[in-house]
Design a protein around this ligand. Structure first.
Ligand code: EPU
Length: 338
């Protein structure tokens, strides 16, 4: 085990915040991880499991052990139309999407270019353009940090919700996800329910899109709206889109002309794009010294270089207060603030 001390976490969080970890251990195999959990090293110390740090905001140094999951690998198992994909938790998510398409395994195209790792994907049930991880999820393997024991989780045991799962709630910080199994298919059924995807395909004159066509369009849309974390520090959507009662929406629509809403499975509720609320409260593109709100997607907070986690947290609180004052809607944070 290679235990490093006082390691800068700047390269390990996409906000690019300069903080350090007291201890830092990178694990490359499940066995290495089990060995670490069974040793005494973690006892009495706090720990944090890090994938690629694309959904985290550090506000201070981490006075414990950072476990960096670098367990990589992708396997495909074909049986009829079904293609089962088994990937290591430390595998880069977008690589998995690309490799799957190259192997004729369809179903992940809408989730192209999402930053992060395979092991982090189930934690917050990543989603974009009408698809969530849970729609293709089969099972996962995880190691219990307290005992080093391996446990398999079925889809039901993961309790997937909008941008959440059991690993973000009851089991938060208790397991490291070492392997995820997804069920993909070799047929060309694509999901183009999401209007911006449909419109972009129509513009290109594509009538019968392949999975690759959908992936290309998703990448183009993401690249045009979401700031590239390798250029401007960010962690994607900072807040969740709030769900509000339909009756409240009717009233708000009266007061705020053009406020959009998306219907939900629960018919008495609607989802309001937080980006719209933030933009119309005057925050889009706002810059305060080293930090700000993205110019292209109001849901994304950005670090222009030397911003601190505290500055970003303070800004997020100001945005929440201003949105609440204007619309009486509470915005919930989506990223993990530490
Ligand atoms: N909008 C604005 N101003 C903006 C951006 C958007 O008013 O600056 C409004 C528009 O009405 C637009 C609507 O918000 O139609 C929705 O915008 P968009 O399609 O960009 O999606 P979103 O709801 O803001 C969610 C996810 C994203 C995901 C996109 C695409 C959450 C919290 N965010 O954003 O996920 O990529 O949909 O499906 O659900 C992430 O989780 O990090 C993330 C980027």
């Amino acid at each position: 085990m290679n235990i490093q001390e006082d390691v800068s976490l700047k390269p390990f969080n996409t906000f690019g915040i300069e903080v350090s970890a007291k201890f830092f251990i990178e694990v490359k195999t499940e066995n290495e991880l089990i060995e670490l959990c069974k040793s005494n090293f973690l006892s009495g110390k706090q720990h944090l499991v890090l994938g690629s740090g694309s959904n985290i905001l550090f506000t201070k140094n981490f006075d414990g052990v950072v476990i960096k999951n670098s367990i990589e690998g992708i396997q495909f198992k074909k049986s009829g139309k079904l293609i089962r994909v088994i990937a290591g938790g430390g595998t880069n998510w977008h690589n998995l999407v690309i490799k799957s398409l190259e192997n004729g395994a369809n179903g992940l195209e809408n989730l192209s270019l999402i930053p992060g790792t395979v092991g982090a994907a189930p934690v917050q049930n990543i989603g974009a353009y009408g698809l969530e991880l849970k729609n293709v999820f089969e099972q996962l393997r995880a190691v219990d940090i307290a005992t080093g024991k391996v446990k398999q989780f079925t889809k039901a045991q993961c309790s997937f919700k909008y941008r959440s799962s059991v690993f973000k709630e009851e089991l938060k910080g208790k397991y490291v996800i070492t392997e995820v199994t997804l069920d993909l298919h070799n047929t060309a059924e694509v999901n183009t329910n999401y209007a911006p995807i449909r419109i972009a395909l129509e513009k290109k004159g594509i009538e019968k899109p392949t999975s690759k066509d959908v992936a290309d369009v998703v990448m183009e849309i993401r690249n045009s709206k979401l700031p590239d974390p390798t250029k401007i520090g960010n962690a994607g959507s900072f807040f969740k889109n709030p769900l509000i009662p339909k009756v409240d929406y009717k009233e708000l629509q009266f007061k705020f002309n053009g406020m959009p809403a998306f219907p939900q499975a629960a018919h008495n509720k609607v989802k309001i794009p937080a980006a719209w609320l933030i933009e119309h409260a005057g925050w889009k593109g706002k810059r305060i010294e080293n930090i700000g709100v993205s110019e292209t997607q109001a849901l994304v907070l950005v670090n222009y270089g030397k911003g601190t986690g505290r500055d970003l947290k303070d800004l997020s609180k100001e945005i929440q207060a201003s949105v609440f004052k204007k619309y009486k809607i509470k915005l919930e944070v989506e990223v993990n603030i530490l």
